[in-house]
Design a protein. Structure first.
Length: 88
């Protein structure tokens, strides 16, 4: 199993909006990819707001590339997510 992680920051409301987007848009899309094994979003309060760490789990690099393209280590952040995040 391969874990793919990335971090972002948001305001309190932005974090809530991102989590809604993740649960209702991202996860259903990921579930359609063969080799996707699950995901977690970790939340941590920081001085500037909220830091989120997104962890997705994959069976192979081929599955990650199907999701992320090449190079597979670049974060995939949809415009709807970008709109509610401060950094990513």
């Amino acid at each position: 199993m391969i874990a793919r992680t990335w971090r972002c920051t948001a305001s309190e409301q932005g974090a809530l909006d991102y989590l809604h987007h993740f649960d209702h848009t991202v996860v259903p899309e990921l579930q359609q990819i063969s080799g996707y094994s699950g995901a977690y979003v970790l939340r941590r309060e920081i001085e500037a707001g909220v830091e989120l760490t997104v962890m997705t789990f994959w069976e192979s690099m081929a599955a990650i590339r199907e999701f992320a393209g090449d190079p597979p280590n670049i974060a995939v952040v949809a415009p709807a997510a970008q709109a509610v995040l401060r950094t990513f």
